[in-house]
Ligand binder design. Structure first.
Ligand code: SF4
Ligand code: SF4
Length: 97
């Protein structure tokens, strides 16, 4: 999880989702309505980066030995878990506070 907890959530988006500034999506923590979260098993991950290619949200970060999920933006669609050839990603129910 990102250390930056100060980002506003999706409820703070402009009405109608209007894009008023290029690149403004990085200012909003748009992953906070996720129902399921992908969890990477670092022991299984071969760092093939197939999940990184398929993620429609650019929420997978490349690291030296495995990938990490950016939960500030991941929508929990599960495509990464479906496409991972070694089943290193599990979709877990999101805990609510
Ligand atoms: S669950 Fe969907 S949005 Fe989240 S990292 Fe996987 S592919 Fe990307
Ligand atoms: S697709 Fe699976 S094995 Fe490949 S980088 Fe992603 S989590 Fe790791």
């Amino acid at each position: 999880m990102s250390k930056d907890r100060a980002k506003p959530g999706w409820r703070s988006l402009p009405i109608g989702g209007t894009i008023v500034e290029a690149g403004s999506s990085t200012k909003y923590k748009t992953g906070d309505w996720r129902t399921f979260r992908p969890v990477v098993d670092e022991k299984k991950c071969t760092n093939c980066l197939i999940c990184w290619i398929y993620c429609p949200d650019g929420s997978i970060r490349r690291k030296e030995k495995h990938v990490e999920i950016d939960y500030d933006f991941c929508k929990g669609c599960g495509i990464c878990a479906t496409e991972c050839p070694v089943k290193a990603i599990s979709m877990m129910e999101e805990a609510r506070q």
